[in-house]
Design a protein around this ligand. Structure first.
Ligand code: NAP
Ligand code: GFB
Length: 317
C-alpha cells in the first residue's frame, strides 16, 4: 500500500486495537501511517464528533473496532444498550467513511452473533439464518447490521466496506473486570486473587461449554492482512480450527497452570453457562492463508498471564 495510506483504527485502545498497535510497532516498517483512537478522541455514537475526527485524521483506510463489548454476564444485563449504542457507532463510522471517501473499511462482527439453532460448523453464509442466542441478542443484531450496511454501501456506491468475524479473543490489555469481562480475563483475575489470598478459585457455570479462542496478537496479524489484501465484501471468519475448540474447564485449567495455582477449584453452577457452543469453520481463511501459524493456546495463555502479573496495578479490572 502506498506511503500516502492513513489507517485509522477506531477502538484503538482496547484489547484488539492494542494488539494491532503492538504488531504494527514490532513488525517491519509498515508502508502506512497508523492512527489509534480511543473514545476520548471522539464519542463515535455522536455523528458530529465522528465527522470531526474524520475531518482531522482524513483516513484512507479504517479498521473499525469501536463498540460496547463484554462477556456473557454484561450482555445478559444490557441487551438494549448494546444494541442502541453499537448501532449508532456503526452507522456513524460507515456514513463518515463514505462521506470522506475512505477506500476501505474493515469492521468487526463476532462468532457469537450466528443463529443459536444451527448446524455445525458455522460458516460465513449463515449469519442471518435465524435468531442469535438470547443472552446477547442486542449485541448480535447490531453486529449483523454492519453486514447489511456493508452490502448497502457496496450496492449504492461500490464501497469497499467489509468485515471480519473473530471468535472469542484474549490477550494483554484485555478487560479483566469480573462482571463485565470475557471468560479468559475473568478467570485470570480470579486466579491472581485466589493465589494472592489463599482462597478457592471459582469457575462460573458447569465448565462444559465449548469455545474457540484466538490470541489477540494472532487476530491482529490477520486483520492487518485483511486490511491490505482481502477484496471481498462478504465477511471472513478469523478463528482457530474446529479441532482447537476447548471446554471452559480446559481453558480454566490452562490458566491455573500458567499461575502455578495449587489451591482448591470450585464450580459455581448457579451462574449461567450461556451458549453451549458456536463452533465456527475457518475453511475460508485457510483457503487464503493455508500456512498461517496460530500461537499454541497454552503459550498464549502464559504470555497473557505474565502480562497481567506484570501490569496488575494498571490493567482494566
Ligand atoms: P474493548 O477492549 O472493550 O475496546 C473497545 C474499544 O472501543 C475501546 O478502544 C473503546 O475506547 C472504544 N469505544 C467504546 N465506545 C466508544 C464510543 N462511544 N466512541 C468511541 N470509541 C468507543 O473491545 P475489544 O475486545 O478490543 O473489541 C474490539 C472489537 O472486536 C469490537 O468490535 C468487538 O465487538 C469485536 N470482537 C471482540 C471479541 C472479544 O472476545 N473481545 C470477539 C469478537 C469480536 P475507550 O478505551 O476510550 O473506552
Ligand atoms: O467470554 P464469555 O463471558 O462469553 O464466556 P461467551 C462465558 C462462559 O464462560 C460461560 C463461563 O459458560 C460462563 O459460565 N465462565 C466461567 C465465565 N467462569 C467465568 C468468568 O469468570 N467470567 C465469565 N465471563 N465467564 C460472549 C458474548 O459469549 O462472547 C459476547 O456474549 C461476545 O457478545 C463474546 O461476543 C465474544 O463466549 O459466552
Amino acid at each position: 500500500m502506498g506511503d500516502n495510506t492513513v489507517v485509522m483504527v477506531t477502538g484503538g485502545t482496547g484489547l484488539v486495537g492494542s494488539a494491532i498497535k503492538y504488531v504494527v510497532e514490532n513488525g517491519e516498517d509498515p508502508g502506512e501511517t497508523w492512527v489509534f483512537l480511543s473514545s476520548k478522541d471522539a464519542d463515535l455514537s455522536d455523528v458530529h464528533q465522528t465527522r470531526a475526527i474524520f475531518e482531522k485524521v482524513r483516513p484512507t483506510h479504517v479498521i473499525h473496532l469501536a463498540a460496547i463489548v463484554g462477556g456473557l454476564f454484561k450482555n445478559l444485563k444490557y441487551n438494549l444498550d448494546f444494541f442502541r449504542k453499537n448501532i449508532s457507532i456503526n452507522d456513524n463510522v460507515l456514513a463518515m467513511s463514505h462521506e470522506f471517501r475512505v477506500k476501505k473499511v474493515v469492521s468487526c462482527l463476532s462468532t457469537c452473533i450466528f443463529p443459536d439453532k444451527t448446524t455445525y460448523p458455522i460458516d460465513e453464509t449463515m449469519i442471518h439464518n435465524g435468531p442469535p442466542h438470547n443472552s446477547n441478542f442486542g449485541y448480535s443484531y447490531a453486529k449483523r447490521m454492519i453486514d447489511v450496511l456493508n452490502k448497502g454501501y457496496n450496492q449504492s456506491y461500490g464501497s469497499m466496506f467489509t468485515a471480519v468475524i473473530p471468535t472469542n479473543v484474549f490477550g494483554p490489555d484485555d478487560n479483566f473486570n469480573l462482571e463485565d469481562g470475557h471468560v479468559i480475563p475473568g478467570l485470570m483475575n480470579k486466579a491472581y486473587c485466589a493465589k494472592r489470598d489463599g482462597t478457592d478459585f471459582t469457575i462460573w457455570g458447569s465448565g462444559a461449554p465449548l469455545r474457540q479462542f484466538i490470541y489477540s496478537h494472532d487476530l491482529a496479524r490477520l486483520m492487518i492482512w485483511v486490511m491490505r489484501e482481502y477484496k471481498e465484501i462478504d465477511p471472513i471468519i478469523l478463528s482457530v480450527g474446529e479441532e482447537d475448540e476447548v471446554s471452559i474447564k480446559d481453558a480454566a485449567m490452562s490458566v491455573l497452570k500458567a499461575f502455578d495455582f495449587k489451591g482448591n477449584v470450585v464450580f459455581d453452577t448457579t451462574k449461567s453457562d450461556g451458549q453451549f457452543k458456536k463452533t465456527a469453520s475457518n475453511k475460508k481463511l485457510r483457503q487464503y492463508l493455508p500456512e498461517f501459524q496460530f500461537t499454541p493456546f497454552h503459550q498464549a495463555i502464559q504470555e497473557t498471564v505474565d502480562w497481567f502479573n506484570a501490569n496488575y496495578a494498571t490493567a482494566r479490572k
